[in-house]
Ligand binder design. Structure first.
Ligand code: HEM
Ligand SMILES: [Cu+2]
Length: 558
């Protein structure tokens, strides 16, 4: 057997005869993601301008919170989840050389998640669910908002089942082969997601839905926040791991190089399975009801989970250097200039990594029990997560969409110039937007306020110049998002038809893993992860449930 035989082979893609199952399924998901992104971006511009105190027509607090809720839900929950589901199906078909199965389950998941998305978004847009993307009680939304969310989660569980069943079928036919790296990363994503969603499903089904239907008069907000953040932190790894899969398995080849280390990449995904969940209290440092000792435990685990991201930064950068050197660079830094900066997949990822590095520094501040008090609920947080999910993840997904859509639809990318400029616009816009928000946050500006004049307060006057810079950043971002939408829609409608190119996965430099290893023991890693969750959560949860608890009725101020 030669090396080439062992490598997962590319299966034929869409032909002129029409798309095959995976192409159809993945594109159906991709388009929900793209449209959600487009709508949410339009709302974002309005928000960024509003926070700079620009008097737009119809600008009211109610309108602002409706918009921020829709923007947060559409971006962070709909765009990400649907893109990840699309990408997962592509990875199954292109690394395991088989179509995702069972097909009925895959389509059931799609329609459930889409129905849920429409119910939730419709409820928000009708003004009955301005509860923000964290939907903290006692803010209360119309029941349809919570029911829609439940459907999205159930839809994503169908996707998870299809991913795992497809893997199992492949594994039976290939008992000794190593899991292809991209699939390894997506299995880690699925496991993290399944562990995480138990929390939000419990909050939704046991607390929020009965309460919003009026079946119970009050709700326990502390318990709801515990369950939400048990879900909310691993949620960020659900977003991030597919982006890492793209960095590890697509980027090196586009950069003209090889993956620096295959085993390190595999280790990273295993570490995320283990450590994604038992860290949620780092979002609740300022909350009553959780003891300081347990917050400290979660702090340590949070710093532990920075480690696999450091490995990723190292490995992916090293892979790029391999690419630059393969093109003849010999100096310390001249390999950077040799990289394909005009390729939108490459530039999206490289720029998103720079933004992510800045976001990571802020993240270490957020995660520090003491320093968190300075930045908690300020614009600093909004600056932070637009660098992480809003850039490392979103910009990578946009770059990947440029790469995937032609390969799925059999149409050439249209408006290539816009695609080439778009990542740079995002980068400039995000630097302006997020750095100014970090600064106003440190000056005390809260997040989630619709008007930066803050009722004419003297302290707020100092924020003025910076909120203007943030708004300019918002305009850049909006134009960038518009370019992305034009390229996507242009490609779908007017792209020249041709035989799609294959998806080429990166080859490892060395050492190459050729047999199944301990990294592929997913049941074992899941069991240890669950054990860690029990260690981190069982006692605080039990202690909370034992306390005299106070319920709150619902409030809908907007
Ligand atoms: C198109 C460029 C974008 C701009 C100009 C923008 C701007 C904003 C602004 C001004 C807020 C409101 C902040 C507040 O009042 O606290 C916000 C909130 C938010 N954004 Fe973005 N954003 C953009 C893209 C994204 C992306 C790509 C994501 C994630 C994929 C994202 C996720 C969020 C989330 C989760 C919230 C919080 C909502 C909440 O507080 O409930 N944004 N954004
Ligand atoms: Cu977190």
């Amino acid at each position: 057997m030669t090396r080439a035989d062992r490598r997962p082979r590319e299966v034929p893609t869409a032909s002129r005869a029409g798309p095959r199952f995976t192409e159809k399924l993945a594109q159906a998901h991709l388009w929900v993601a793209v449209l959600a992104f487009g709508i949410a971006s339009a709302m974002a511009l309005m928000q960024a301008l509003s926070r700079a105190s620009l008097d737009l027509p119809w600008r009211t607090a109610g309108m602002y919170y409706l918009s921020v809720t829709a923007h947060g839900v559409l971006m962070a929950l709909v765009f990400t989840t649907f893109f990840i589901m699309a990408f997962g199906y592509v990875v199954v078909s292109r690394t395991l050389s088989r179509e995702p199965a069972p097909r009925v389950l895959a389509w059931t998941g799609y329609w459930l998640a889409l129905t849920g998305t429409l119910a939730t978004t419709g409820t928000i847009l009708s003004g009955k669910a301005s509860v923000l993307y964290t939907f903290y009680p006692p803010l209360m939304a119309h029941p349809l908002f919570y029911i829609g969310l439940a459907l999205v989660v159930v839809g994503s569980w169908c996707w998870s089942a299809v991913m795992l069943l497809s893997y199992r079928a492949w594994r039976r036919a290939n008992p000794d082969a190593p899991t292809p790296l991209a699939m390894h990363g997506m299995i880690a994503t699925v496991i993290v997601w399944l562990i995480a969603t138990v929390g939000v499903a419990a909050e939704d089904l046991i607390q929020l839905i009965p309460w919003s239907l009026g079946l119970v008069p009050t709700i326990d907000p502390v318990l709801a926040r515990m369950l939400f953040w048990y879900f909310g932190h691993p949620l960020v790894y659900f977003w991030l791991l597919p982006a890492y899969v793209i960095w590890y398995t697509l980027l090196p080849r586009v950069a003209g190089g090889k993956l620096f280390s295959d085993p390190l990449a595999r280790l990273v995904f295993v570490l995320f399975i283990l450590l994604s969940a038992p860290v949620g209290f780092h979002h609740q440092f300022m909350d009553p009801g959780v003891s300081a000792g347990w917050k400290m435990v979660h702090t340590f685990l949070t710093f532990a989970i920075l480690f696999p991201s450091f490995i990723t930064a190292f490995t992916v950068t090293a892979s790029m250097e391999v690419g630059g050197r393969a093109k003849g660079a010999t100096g310390l830094f001249d390999w950077i200039a040799k990289l394909p900066w005009r390729d939108p997949l490459f530039s999206s990822i490289a720029l998103s990594m720079i933004l992510f590095a800045i976001g990571g520094i802020g993240g270490a501040i957020n995660a520090s029990f003491g320093m968190n008090a300075v930045v908690h609920n300020t614009a600093f947080i909004q600056g932070h997560f637009h660098l992480t999910v809003g850039s490392a993840v979103a910009l990578t997904f946009m770059g990947a969409a440029y790469y995937l859509l032609p390969r799925l639809s059999g149409r050439e990318l249209e408006l290539g110039l816009l695609a080439r400029v778009q990542p740079y616009l995002w980068f400039v816009g995000m630097m302006l937007f997020s750095i100014s928000n970090h600064m106003t946050g440190l000056m005390g500006m809260p997040r989630r306020i619709y008007d930066a004049s803050y009722g004419g307060s003297a302290a707020a006057a100092a924020w003025r110049g910076l909120t203007g810079i943030s708004a300019v950043g918002g305009v850049f971002l909006f134009v960038s998002a518009g370019f992305f939408m034009l390229v996507m829609i242009g490609t779908a409608l007017a792209g020249r038809r041709r035989e799609p190119e294959p998806i080429l996965w990166a080859e490892p430099l060395s050492p190459e893993i050729t047999r199944r290893t301990v990294f592929d023991r997913y049941a074992l890693w899941t069991a240890i992860a669950i054990l860690l969750v029990i260690v981190a959560y069982a006692y605080p949860l039990w202690a909370h449930l034992r306390m005299a608890r106070f319920g709150s009725p619902g409030f809908s101020p907007f």
